[in-house]
Design a protein around this ligand. Structure first.
Ligand SMILES: [Fe+2]
Length: 273
């Protein structure tokens, strides 16, 4: 008997012949395509502004730009509501109805997680998509601006990474776990970042960490793990500034292509017009 190995690569089927057995093999080579938006800062009322920018209008410009894109999921890393108001989550729910892809979200320091869950249901903290696991952490420390992962969140991260052996992982949270070079923002980063990296460093699967909070793009590597942040969908902060300083760049979002071999491609898109 000839051996026929069927290979599915992307959407194409092919076959190889070898040896003396028949086998069917499904090779997941599809790339997982994600969109990352963050720091929406929707006010209590439609039209409320942050740094003179109408956050609803700005978000809807972003949505208008990405709504016809073919992506597998949209990830929102917090600061959805500027004052944690249920009215802001309800408006976001309406805006997201324009988007035909699954949406996953986690809370930022401006959010009210309980109200988020009232509107959107229980928030996912781990998703398996293709060859990747996506892990979502709550890095909020009460009402503080800085971040802190609780013992429960650290235990959850460690357990999720143990279960992710053999897969690739992307970890998302709100607060930056590294210095970004802006003193005022670095004072609001993840306080127990060492505990975070002590866990990550024990595993092979982490490929990327993605966050919000800093209202600017960031792209560096740490020990082979890509560290990424994205622009806010409303106001931007000027990189490398000691104190709060507004950046004139447009609102934006990030695209990510997570490949089955663990590599990834990514870039930032700013809204135009
Ligand atoms: Fe923010």
């Amino acid at each position: 008997m000839s051996n026929i190995t069927l290979l599915r690569v992307g959407s194409f089927w092919g076959y190889n012949r070898a040896n003396n057995t028949i086998s069917i093999e499904y090779i997941v080579s599809n790339t997982l395509r994600l969109l990352h938006v963050t720091d929406l800062h929707l006010g209590n009322n439609k039209g409320d502004c942050l740094s003179s920018i109408d956050c609803d209008e700005s978000l809807n410009q972003v949505i208008e730009q990405l709504k016809n894109e073919r992506y597998d999921a949209l990830l929102i890393t917090g600061d959805i509501a500027n004052h944690g108001a249920k009215s802001a989550y309800l408006r976001l729910q309406v805006y997201l109805s324009e988007i035909k892809m699954p949406v996953y979200m986690l809370p930022g320091n401006h959010d009210d997680k309980a109200l988020m869950q009232q509107v959107f249901g229980e928030l996912n903290n781990k998703i398996e998509l293709g060859a990747w696991n996506l892990i979502f952490l709550d890095s909020n420390d009460g009402k503080h601006y800085h971040g802190q992962l609780s013992v429960n969140e650290l235990d959850f991260l460690e357990g999720a990474l143990k279960q992710s052996e053999g897969r690739h992982t992307l970890i998302a949270l709100h607060h930056p776990p590294v210095d970004i070079g802006s003193a005022w923002m670095d004072a609001m980063q993840l306080k127990n970042k060492q505990a975070f990296f002590d866990i990550i460093d024990c595993f092979e699967s982490p490929r990327a960490v993605v966050w919000g909070h800093i209202h600017q793009e960031f792209d560096q590597y740490r020990r082979g793990v890509r560290l990424l942040s994205s622009p806010s969908t409303c106001s931007q902060f000027l990189p490398q500034s000691a104190q709060h300083q507004k950046d004139t760049q447009a609102a934006g979002y990030r695209w990510l292509e997570l490949n089955a071999d663990g590599s990834l491609d990514t870039g930032v898109i700013r809204v135009t017009g």
